[in-house]
Write a protein that binds this ligand. Structure first.
Ligand code: BES
Ligand code: ZN
Ligand code: ZN
Length: 482
């Protein structure tokens, strides 16, 4: 999609459609929409869209009145969503060239960035494997403001980098298990890193064996597809301070459950079990261009969880890289096993702060539904940084308890240091407590994205399928680090 900035009066905007914000309760009338507000046909309610044809006094063939909701609730997250909804509306009508008009007061760098993100994210369709030639996509999106400002172009480029990286995540997540094996994720990471000027290293099975990654290798052994441990590094030219942020993402390219096999119903969705890993690769892609002041390294352990003849069995005891032994009670609790070794490796690589993202538990979906990421933290300061970043980016997260009592009550094995599952209760919390054993004393935040990385039903502002959440939060976290 072609993205640009233009400066001219609204009346002169030339496009298939120009999107104009319209707030609830604001009486002023615009562009021949006389009567629409008075009659109540247009109220300005959030995401309400009204397409006007050949409005008088405007060069554009159409004006799309875009309901912005109550002015006091307005922010850049709302704008991102609204632009995405508007773009989806326009392209469903085969319109190709869209502009967004922003009044002088609305045209801040943050708004321009969010608007561009909204356009690119709204345009995304998970239709790579549809062969028809009726694919609808937008040709151009222009943000138009009355007068030029130095920061406008930079804001648009920033929005573009972030949204294209988020769509990179979504494209990877949507790849089916037959096409995206661990080796293929590694290939995608290498390609991305080469394009972006990042360092990329992929550890193979032999290297993982010498490192003693017994927890990860136990999961990998049931599949004919070899595991891959991806490391992508960003180093600033002049690092500020001694912080080194580690981003650890679960990369299970397909989760059958292993010998503790999952029911057939809905199993096809388990191709998104590498969403955490894809999120970290997308974040690195964006950071390579945005260049934060701190070093950031992504760690993505990739495996396929299969019930092959070499698969690990319930009751097996593995030794993790940290030296702790784990009794594998349920082979479907594989994410925490691969993350255990990834967290240990990240610590040994010198990370001072760790954030992991994983489609870890069905239990987090029971607890929070599909609206909030479950956030678990061992460190209040890091938790607050992540929550602040999430808030600015409009990615909702909800803090969950991290208390030793959960470990002492539920995470007991008679035969090893730890079992890989707690009991029936508090499943997302015991999973987090398991991970914490491997993050040890390094400040750590765990994001359980099982409920939020995949959207079951399309919404006005987004397609069905991978959401790309929480990539923007992680990018913001690194960019805002002071
Ligand atoms: N990948 C699943 C978690 C999951 C469930 C992700 C639903 C997305 C949607 C994970 O590996 C898993 O199977 N977890 C088990 C843990 C249980 C065996 C303790 C679960 O949540 O049922
Ligand atoms: Zn599983
Ligand atoms: Zn899984």
């Amino acid at each position: 999609m072609n993205i640009s900035i233009d400066n001219k009066p609204l009346a002169e905007v030339d496009a298939d459609a120009v999107i104009v914000l319209c707030f609830e309760g604001r009486k002023e009338q615009r562009f021949g929409a006389d009567g629409l507000f008075e009659s109540g046909e247009v109220a300005g309610k959030s995401l309400e869209l009204t397409l006007l044809h050949h409005p008088p006094g405007v060069a554009a063939r159409r004006v799309l009145l875009a309901g912005a909701g109550k002015p006091e609730k307005w922010n850049s997250a709302e704008l991102r969503k609204l632009v995405a909804a508007a773009i989806r509306h326009l392209k469903s009508k085969s319109l190709k060239r869209a502009s967004l008009w922003l009044d002088a007061g609305e045209a801040t760098p943050d708004s321009i960035c969010a608007a561009v993100e909204g356009a690119i994210l709204g345009d995304f369709e998970p239709d790579r494997y549809k062969t028809g030639n009726d694919k609808k996509t937008l040709e151009s999106f222009t943000v138009v403001t009355a007068s030029p400002a130095a920061s406008q172009q930079a804001a648009a480029s920033q929005g573009r980098v972030i949204a294209e990286s988020q769509n990179f995540v979504r494209t990877l997540v949507n790849e089916p298990g037959n096409r995206l094996t661990p080796a293929r994720v590694a290939e995608a990471a290498r390609g991305m890193a080469a394009e972006c000027g990042l360092e990329c290293e992929v550890l193979d099975r032999a290297q993982m064996e010498s490192l003693g990654m017994g927890a990860l290798l136990g999961v990998a052994q049931g599949s004919a597809e070899p595991p891959a441990f991806i490391v992508v590094r960003y180093r600033p030219t002049q690092p500020a301070g001694s912080v080194h942020l580690g981003l650890v993402g679960k990369g299970v390219t397909f989760d059958t459950g292993g010998i503790s096999i999952k029911p057939a119903d809905g199993m096809e969705k388990m191709k998104y079990d590498m969403a955490g890993g894809a999120t970290m690769l997308g974040a690195m892609r964006a950071l390579s261009q945005l260049r934060p002041a701190i070093p950031v390294t992504a760690f993505v352990p990739c495996v396929e969880n299969m019930p092959g003849s070499r698969a690990q069995r319930p009751g097996d005891i593995v030794t993790a890289m940290s030296g702790k032994t784990i009794e594998v009670i349920n082979t479907d609790a594989e994410g925490r096993l691969i993350l255990a070794d990834a967290l240990t490796y990240a610590r040994k690589q010198g990370c001072t702060h760790l954030v992991d993202a994983a489609t870890l538990t069905g239990a987090i979906v029971v607890a929070l539904g599909h609206l909030n990421v479950g956030l678990f933290a061992s460190d209040d300061a890091l938790r607050d940084r992540v929550l602040a970043a999430a808030k600015t980016e409009g990615e909702r997260m909800w803090p969950m308890p991290v208390e030793d009592d959960y470990k002492e009550t539920y995470l007991k094995s008679a035969f090893a240091d730890l079992p890989n599952v707690g009991g029936r209760w508090g499943g997302s919390i015991t999973a987090a407590m398991f991970l914490k054993e491997f993050a040890e004393d390094t400040p750590w935040v765990h994001l359980d994205i099982a409920g939020t990385a995949w959207i079951d039903d399309a919404k006005p502002f987004t397609a069905k399928g991978p959401s790309g959440v929480p990539m923007r939060t992680l990018v913001r976290l690194a960019m805002d680090w002071r």
